[in-house]
Structure formats: structure tokens, C-alpha cells
Design a protein around this ligand. Structure first.
Ligand code: PRP
Ligand code: HPA
Ligand code: MG
Length: 181
């Protein structure tokens, strides 16, 4: 029988560690956003799992929206060109927007998104990511809430893909290099 887990070389973050961290982030965000007009803005597709879990860990009235952007395609390297495939629907002017990301790697996606969204005049704009790969940064981005810092390895699972696969793995794992090299 074929299973996506067979293609994993090493599990970096387990399902239990993810659950615990999301709960912790939810509690911090709940404190920080008391009395604010919170919009969680998920970046498709990678952020789907984190968004679903994080939103349920925040005990506040909030709205959820999504943008779809893509810069990796079927490669493990960013093309450097960020394409907006779907924009958000909610008017974010005057709102407290929290971008929800699965990973910040080169930082190119977020620095582009930040610039674009600031032009739309939110009251505040912050960034929450479950993973941060600081060694690979090409564009400077300030991360407000971060789950885990990870080493410079291409990871999949919990929403993250390689060539659109492995998003459904419940943990964060390193793909066997022979599968993409
Ligand atoms: O910091 P960066 O180097 O820009 O990389 C991070 C971005 O890359 C991935 O998206 P991708 O373009 O693969 O789209 P996807 O979420 O649909 O997989 C990931 O989900 C982040 O949005
Ligand atoms: O390590 C990664 N894995 C999957 N998608 C990604 N997009 C940026 N970095 C990564
Ligand atoms: Mg991707």
C-alpha cells in the first residue's frame, strides 16, 4: 500500500507539538486582540490547516478571509514572482488584520503581501506563522507570532506541499531528497 509517510525522511514537528503550539498561540492572540476588530487572513493554500486550528484556539469574535498567492509552483525554490490568484473579499480598511501563514522562507511572499495590504489601510497588520526558516531570508519581514523556527530543509505536511502533494500529513516532515533532486 502506498502512503505519503513513506516519502518522509524525518519528522521535525509531531502532531502533538503542533497542537500544543497552536493552543499557546491562540491564547496569546486572544489576549492581544481584546476589543479589536480582528480579521484572520489566511494565505492559501499552505495555511489551511493552521488557519482551521488557530481560529478555533482564539476565543474572540473574528472574521476569516483568504488570499491565494503562489511563488513556488512545482519547485523547492521561490520563483521570486508572487502572483495573487485570489484576493480577499472583506474590506480590511480600519480592521485589525492578522496574516496567517504556514511558513516564512525567503520572505518574498510576505514582504509583497504586507506592502499590498498596507495600501488598503487596515488599522493594524501583523503576521502569524507556524514555521519560520530564518536562514533563507532574502526579504526582511517582521514576524509577530511564530510557532517554530526550523533549519534550512524543505518540509512538507500540515498544509505545506511539494508539487501540491503531502499537505494532508498531520505532522511537519522532511521529504526524502531523492524525491525532488
Ligand atoms: O517566504 P517565501 O519564500 O515566499 O515562502 C513562503 C510561501 O511559499 C509557500 O507558498 P506557495 O507559493 O508554495 O503556495 P501554496 O501555499 O499554495 O503551496 C508558503 O505557503 C508561503 O506562502
Ligand atoms: O520548506 C517548504 N516546504 C513547502 N513549501 C514551502 N514554501 C516555502 N518553503 C517551503
Ligand atoms: Mg507550496
Amino acid at each position: 500500500m502506498s502512503s505519503p509517510t513513506q516519502d518522509i525522511q524525518e519528522i521535525l514537528i509531531t502532531e502533538e507539538q503542533l497542537k500544543e503550539k497552536v493552543k499557546e498561540l491562540g491564547q496569546i492572540i486572544t489576549k492581544d486582540y481584546q476589543g479589536k476588530d480582528l480579521v484572520l487572513l489566511g494565505v492559501l493554500k499552505g495555511a489551511i490547516m493552521f488557519m482551521a486550528d488557530l481560529s478555533r484556539a482564539i476565543d474572540l469574535p473574528l472574521s476569516i478571509d483568504f488570499m491565494a498567492v503562489s511563488s513556488y509552483g512545482s519547485s523547492t525554490q521561490s520563483s521570486g514572482i508572487v502572483k495573487i490568484i485570489k484576493d480577499h473579499d472583506i474590506n480590511i480598511e480600519g480592521k485589525d488584520v492578522l496574516i496567517v501563514e504556514d511558513i516564512i522562507d525567503s520572505g518574498l511572499t510576505l514582504s509583497y503581501l504586507r506592502k499590498t495590504l498596507l495600501e488598503r489601510k487596515p488599522r493594524s497588520l501583523k503576521i502569524c506563522t507556524i514555521l519560520d526558516k530564518p536562514e533563507r531570508r532574502e526579504a526582511d519581514v517582521k514576524v509577530d507570532y511564530c510557532g517554530f523556527k526550523i533549519p534550512d530543509k524543505f518540509v512538507v505536511g500540515y498544509g505545506l506541499d511539494f508539487d501540491e502533494k503531502y499537505r494532508n500529513l498531520p505532522f511537519i516532515g522532511v521529504l526524502k531528497p531523492e524525491l525532488y533532486k
